[in-house]
Design a protein around this ligand. Structure first.
Ligand code: FES
Ligand SMILES: [Fe+2]
Length: 354
């Protein structure tokens, strides 16, 4: 356990820090699929190195180890029968929604006696996503996203793509002010106006909050077609409104406000598949434009921005957040969010280490 004195410095990261942070991620909720994709067949996913299978059974979403108790076949290759049994594709053992083996086709007399069960994990369906926790008591509750239930918004599940990077690296990229005008020139900023607006960063319960100063705007010569806002002015300004946040450790909620009051939100989570591989899950929401154009306008815009980020983030070395912050140049007022984020990750690793 580190002392508070050690935690108060930014240079206390050590060689084991990244591995500890990765192990810590098991203690939290992660989305593993969009709810709209979980219809009929079970879906397999690798969460923090653990192979799991998710399915809908009798109205519930369930998650189990993706491992038949008989000979270790992946149950995600099987099927759901009568909405209540998950059938292994090999010899047809069938499991109920509690993970108990209910039927052994080759020895119908056996199932009740052998009491085989597969491990079951907590699940939730929220914000159009299926969430799974690998531990029975996740350290923090699920994040909030009140816009999901507000009638003036429409939403889209942006196609989930895998990136070769660590999850915390991706969170830093998602919340990094000073790259917007350079890497996203004309889409999220203007390279001729690269100064970072003043902003405050602070902890609040389970989240790291960020607020851009009142009246400070990022000037964006908006490509309105790209933003999908036919009714937006061609030259506009955007501001990250007061409650841009990261629900620790990985869920980012960006709230973008146009100067004419239109609102745009990104609810994002990079789910760790392994230490250096993530799947990007994003719900994009807006309160303007035509809902019928959501896939084309909202989804394609976000995908375009992500493809600008992807080669840059995948190129960063080390792939993990550096163990020692002094290995990178962190500049006050610009990288405050990153520094506070890394400190909190380390504190969580210390607290949750088994
Ligand atoms: S391996 Fe699953 S039923 Fe045999
Ligand atoms: Fe970016």
């Amino acid at each position: 356990m580190k002392t508070s004195e050690q935690l108060s410095t930014v240079n206390n990261l050590n060689i084991e820090a990244e591995a500890r942070i990765y192990r810590t991620l098991r203690h939290f909720w992660h989305p593993v699929a969009y709810a709209q994709d979980l219809v009929g067949a079970p879906i397999g996913f690798t969460l923090c190195g653990q192979d799991i299978v998710i399915a809908r059974m009798e109205g519930d979403v369930v998650a189990f180890d993706d491992l038949c108790a008989h000979r270790g076949t992946k149950l995600s290759l099987g099927q759901i029968l009568d909405d209540c049994l998950l059938e292994c594709p090999y010899h047809g053992w069938r499991y109920d929604k509690n993970g108990n083996c209910a039927i052994v086709p080759a020895r119908p007399d056996l199932a009740a006696g052998i009491k085989k069960r597969i491990r079951k994990y907590p699940t939730e369906e929220r914000f159009g996503m299926i969430w799974v926790s690998l531990v029975d008591e996740p350290h923090f509750p699920l994040p909030d996203y009140p816009q999901w239930n507000e009638s003036e918004y429409h939403h889209v599940a942006v196609p989930a793509v895998d990136w070769a990077c660590s999850a915390p690296r991706r969170v830093e990229n998602y919340t990094d002010y000073s790259h917007f005008p350079i890497l996203h020139d004309k889409t999220l900023g203007d390279r001729n106006l690269p100064e970072v607006p003043p902003h405050e960063v602070w902890r609040e319960e389970n989240r790291l909050e960020n607020r851009q100063g009142e009246g400070s705007w990022i000037h964006v010569p908006v490509d309105t077609a790209a933003w999908g806002g036919k009714d937006l002015p061609t030259e506009s300004h955007i501001r990250f409104s007061g409650d841009w946040r990261v629900f620790m450790p990985l869920t980012c909620v960006l709230n973008l406000l146009f100067e004419d009051g239109k609102r745009y939100h990104l609810f994002f989570h990079p789910t760790p598949i392994s230490p250096k591989k993530i799947r990007n899950f994003t719900i994009a929401s807006r309160d303007f434009g035509n809902p019928d154009d959501r896939d084309k306008e909202l989804g394609e815009f976000v995908t375009m921005v992500y493809e600008q980020d992807r080669p840059v983030v995948e190129s960063q070395r080390p792939e993990e957040l550096p163990e020692n912050l002094s290995e990178e140049m962190h500049i006050g007022g610009i990288d405050t969010f990153s520094i506070d984020y890394r400190r909190w990750l380390l504190a969580l690793a210390d607290e949750l280490e088994e």
